[in-house]
Design a protein around this ligand. Sequence first.
Ligand code: GDP
Length: 433
Amino acid sequence: LPFVVIVGRPNVGKSTLFNRLLRQNKAMVHDRPGVTRDSLYGRVQGRTRDYTLVDTGGLVLEQGAQLEEEIYEQVREAMHSADLILFMVDGSAGVTALDEQLAAMLRQSRRPVRLVVNKVDGEERAALVEGDFYSLGFDMNMVSAAHGYNMPVLQEAIESSLPAHEEPEDQAAHLRLSLLGRPNVGKSSLVNTLLGQERVLVSSRAGTTRDCVDVILEKGDKRYVFIDTAGVRRKTTISDDLERFSALRAIRSCQRSDVALLVLDALSGMVAQDKKLLSFLEREKIPLVIVVNKVDQIPRKDLGKLKRYFQDELAFCAHAPVIYTSCITRAGLGGLIPLAEKVLGQSRVRVGTGELNRLVRDAVQAHQPPLVKGRRAKIYYLTQPGTSPPEFVFFVNDPGLIKPAYARYLEKQIRKSLGLDVTPVKLFFRGSH
Ligand code: GDP
């Protein structure tokens, strides 16, 4: 799918725009997320085209002095990977110094950029503020993301700015894998070792809007695709060594893959960047396998200790299966793809309403929802509107009565009765009468 990225300084309304574009023609299944927080990216079903939309505002983690540098970083990333950049400014505030600086960066971009002037509530305001923003030098739309003014025009403009020819995805692919992790943990070595002597096809997507090189492995009648290995194989430079966690890059790979392989280094253990990446994957509920590589560097007698260490560090993402590998001794490598296939299988599970409702009845019978201020949640029924990963919606009398501990209990019951031990799952609670 084309990749559309919203950038801009804080408080211009990026997340409001994101929510409006994402929700406008989508039934509101998600009244209130349960254990799942809102996502930072999603698929927009447009009138003529679908695309992936990312809100970089939610990716900015730093505050204060670090903030500006982080915004520049997001813009640089967007210039590298987006098919269309929506550069958002605040129509009620005029052009600020930071806007000017971002505009100067974006004018260097070879990607299409569209200026979105927000907080403009109607024709009159639009006529007044329009002149202020011409100097930035982009095609622009004046909108109110909060009240909807001009949103259909913007939507139309976005769809018509997307590249005309979309690269078709490999339909024959049995499993698409993306490789994530810090530089030098062994991502390219893993791809190379797994490919080994097998027949390898390289599908070069260079020359299209994004330079992606997918590597295809054919085994029997199965076809595995390693997504965007150009990024993975790129020779490490000093700046890459200093490279920080990039959620945008992770999103870009994960939106095209079925399962992500998060590669960690047995010798260095989990560092801050690994933790950020894993919290991001957990938050976005991306199906994944954790690969602890370079175990040949650990003395045999310390392997038990190593596994206990990673078990503790990874406890907050307990569903992700862990495999210990070495590209040198080939330890663990045989199990890697079967494990990813197991995650894939579970992430695509579809369960009928009958089975789901038996499950709810049993779960509530064994352990009913606790009283909250004298009231008790009543669960009417459970449905599964989506997969990859499985998404479950509980229809209840009042979503406010489901506390996190009970949501976790329900998730545990779902996992147990449906045999979902290695896939993420999403739970939502919706009010109904
Ligand atoms: P990438 O940046 O994540 O793609 O990492 P590379 O695949 O380029 O590997 C970085 C370095 O680690 C190279 O010198 C590899 O030879 C080495 N390496 C990769 N896998 C292993 C492993 O399993 N054991 C050991 N000892 N070294 C490894």
